[in-house]
Design a protein around this ligand. Structure first.
Ligand SMILES: Nc1ncnc2c1ncn2[C@@H]1O[C@H](COP(=O)(O)OP(=O)(O)O)[C@@H](O)[C@H]1O
Ligand SMILES: Cc1ncc(COP(=O)(O)O)c(C=O)c1O
Ligand SMILES: [Mg+2]
Length: 290
């Protein structure tokens, strides 16, 4: 019997609704991965409501929890680490220490970094020191990096002029260390207005994917976290990077269709669970070169 992969997921938890681990854990479990959620913050709700209650986890708790898993002899079973929304730069450094600790026991373990940098206009609030940490320290240790367009712009230090420019900016990130860069949301001059576009860039090739842009009165939150989580889960389950990319686009689209049909602001993950596991839609990524 094939072993079920184990994934340590280090990102935010919200009591109400879906963002961070609260957007990614259930879908990753639903597709067949054992998830170890480690919550960097526990907030009442995501920050785009403009107000929230709750606390940031003390950074020293991260190595303490990792050591606790080592102490029961389970750390070597960790196949991957995912990091997302961070409450402080010190938490980020503690995660990198944990990644190094896990890779020392299991050199095959993969680290996916979703460099959540915030979006003040949208109300996604992340401290500036976290963005600096992600740009300067985390990217170098990541096997997979999953920025959105704003985060890609921050890495490049500029905005793109075209799709090929986005490709160049993502390819430049490979030189910093990651094996693959998944740009979860593209925005560039000349982009067709009715599409939602993504890029996958690896040493072996690059692919562009377009899916329909859906209309929402308020953009749902947690889509990026869902995207990163499903991509990593499918890679662990044995998909090629390209297959994981295409699966993720389809499963996320299914969730958004369900969310739109319910006229819900929060992602309808529970209702969409069968569609996540077995997406009915399929999007084919097309190779793209410089
Ligand atoms: N097919 C789609 N149609 C409409 N909106 C989408 C679609 N897919 C994703 N979105 C929205 O696009 C935005 C992507 O946000 P962005 O900040 O670029 O990435 P992230 O979710 O990582 O923060 C989110 O507001 C999400 O709700
Ligand atoms: C607590 C929390 N976690 C994670 C996120 C990131 O969500 P997304 O997947 O939309 O980038 C947000 C965005 O506001 C947030 O408030
Ligand atoms: Mg995001």
């Amino acid at each position: 019997m094939k072993r079920t992969p184990h994934l340590l997921a280090i990102q935010s938890h919200v009591v109400f609704g879906h963002a961070g681990n609260s957007a990614a854990v259930f879908p990753m479990q639903r597709v067949g991965v054992n998830v170890w959620p480690l919550n960097t913050v526990q907030f009442s709700n995501h920050t785009q409501y403009g107000q929230w209650a709750g606390e940031v986890l003390a950074p020293q708790q991260i190595p303490a929890l990792v050591e606790g898993i080592a102490a029961i002899g389970e750390l070597g079973n960790c196949d991957a680490i995912l990091s997302g929304y961070l409450g402080s730069a010190d938490q980020g450094r503690a995660i990198l220490t944990g990644v190094a600790r896990i890779k020392a026991i299991n050199p095959k373990a993969l680290y996916l970094c979703d460099p959540v940098m915030g979006h003040p206009e949208k109300g996604c609030i992340v401290p500036q020191e976290v963005s600096d940490f992600l740009l300067e320290e985390a990217a170098a240790m990541a096997d997979f990096l999953c920025p959105n367009q704003l985060e890609l712009d921050s890495f490049a230090g500029r905005k793109p002029q075209s799709l090929f420019d986005c490709l160049g900016m993502a390819k430049a990130l490979l030189a910093r260390g990651p094996k693959a860069v998944l740009v979860k949301h593209l925005d560039y001059p000349g982009k067709l207005p009715d599409g939602f576009e993504m890029l996958l860039v690896t040493a072996d090739g690059s692919w562009h994917l377009r899916r329909p842009l859906l209309a929402f009165p308020r953009q749902p939150v947690g889509v990026g976290d869902l995207t990163s989580g499903l991509f990593l889960a499918r890679v662990l389950l044995g998909d090629s990077l390209l297959a994981a990319f295409e699966f993720t686009a389809a499963a996320v689209h299914e969730v958004l269709l369900e969310t739109q049909a319910c006229a819900s602001y929060e992602l309808e993950l529970v209702r969409a669970q069968d569609r996540i596991a077995h997406p009915r839609v399929r999007f084919e990524a097309t190779p793209i070169g410089l």
